[in-house]
Design a protein around this ligand. Structure first.
Ligand SMILES: *Cc1c(COP(=O)(O)O)cnc(C)c1O
Length: 384
């Protein structure tokens, strides 16, 4: 059956996948090999050396391209390695317009690695695409969007930013880690590159660190492939296999993440000891309309501030949680809680961090797919 006709919930399982040519294995085997026999120099079956290509990684890359409605997928050793490859498309003197509310590791990579090489980053609010216009000049080459943002759950209107990018002939890259293609398809909305930390929802089981890029354009794909192969931060065969296995249940997991997320966001919003809850599904969320227009549902990521709003109030709660594990990362089947100011966002200076709303009392939840009643009881005993 033609791949194009498949619906999303079938693409996660079948997209880009064929039974293995050698023995018909239904799951792509883990080709744990660095090199491939040649019959004569250059006489090979499409694989020469596993940095350049490996059949298990190729299977993952095809699956990624399929679920994101792209044509080309690239799998990296981590999400940051995937971002690193995008920025390497640029030259000294080029400028990037980035959202000001972004993953701490992306901020660190931009500021502490790439600025040294003469690439300039401007961090701006992107809630209103028109506000971005004054920051664009002849050196601007790339717009970096993350939506929903981490950890404030702000939404950026991808279509509006894509129109701006087109008008100024800029590349638009979207970090789709939080939403996943189950909820949102940036390429369909006009983005040029979709990026993932597949470590999170795509892998879904907190057992790999993997990154991904998906594009439609052949020329752009070739440039990124050149960088991937030349720089070498590729995804290994075992991790490719595990990520593929994770993707096969993405739609089922996401459905439950969204249901549990809604129940917990609603519970927290009504709680007398909670000051504020950030979740795009609320009708009074400032970007609710954008969420409704570009996302299928609202996801399982929630941030909140307990009453009292002190560092200690937040720490007390995250330490008391028992089913929610206090840990970095997100998007796995198990529920996690995090304290952005001291964990994921500690590398962002306090002043910059707080300007974006990441105050000391903020707690972030990655709601898993456990029984939601157990999750709510756990929050109840921790909030007290
Ligand atoms: C985790 C994460 C990254 C970085 O990915 P790694 O796989 O940890 O390198 C980038 N963006 C977002 C939104 C993330 O959550």
């Amino acid at each position: 059956m033609s791949e194009k006709k498949l619906k999303f919930n079938s693409k996660t399982i079948h997209g880009g996948q064929e039974p293995d040519a050698a023995y018909g294995a239904v799951m792509p085997p883990i080709y744990q090999t660095s090199t491939y026999a040649q019959s004569t120099p250059g006489g090979h079956k499409g694989f020469e050396y596993s940095r350049s290509a490996n059949p298990t990684r190729t299977a993952l890359e095809k699956s990624l391209a399929s679920i994101e409605n792209g044509h080309y997928g690239l799998a990296f050793a981590s999400g940051l390695a995937a971002i690193d490859a995008i920025i390497k498309l640029l030259n000294p003197g080029d400028e990037v317009l980035s959202t000001n509310d972004l993953y701490g590791g992306s901020y660190r990579l931009f500021k502490q690695i790439f600025e040294k090489y003469g690439i300039k980053f401007q961090f701006v609010g992107m809630q209103n695409a028109a506000d971005m216009e004054p920051y664009i000049n002849e050196n601007t080459k790339l717009i970096w969007v993350e939506t929903p943002t981490n950890p404030m759950m702000n939404l950026i209107d991808i279509k509006a930013v894509a129109q701006l990018a087109k008008r100024h002939k800029l590349l638009l890259a979207v970090d789709n880690t939080f939403a996943t293609p189950y909820l949102q398809l940036p390429l369909d909305l006009g983005a040029d590159i979709v990026m993932h930390s597949a470590t999170k929802y795509l892998g879904g089981h907190s057992d790999v660190v993997v990154g991904a890029l998906v594009v439609k354009d052949k020329e752009l794909a070739d440039k990124l492939y050149f960088i991937q192969n030349a720089s070498g931060a590729v995804c290994g065969p075992m991790d490719s296999f595990l990520t593929l296995r994770g993707i096969k249940t993405l739609h089922v997991r996401m459905q439950r993440h969204c249901e549990n997320g809604k129940a917990i966001a609603t519970y927290l919003a009504k709680h007398p000891k909670i000051e504020k809850v950030f979740w795009p599904g609320f009708e009074d969320h400032p970007n609710h309309e954008v969420a409704k227009s570009q996302m299928k549902d609202f996801g399982g990521m929630i941030s909140f501030i307990p009453k009292g709003s002190s560092y200690e109030d937040a720490i007390k709660i995250v330490e008391k949680l028992q089913i929610f594990t206090l840990a970095e990362s997100l998007g796995g089947v198990e529920s996690l809680a995090g304290h952005p100011a001291s964990m994921t966002h500690a590398s962002i200076p306090k002043e910059t961090r707080e300007k974006g709303g990441v105050v000391d009392a903020l707690i972030r939840l990655s709601v898993g797919i456990e029984d939601v009643a157990d999750l709510i009881s756990d929050l109840e005993q921790a909030i007290g």
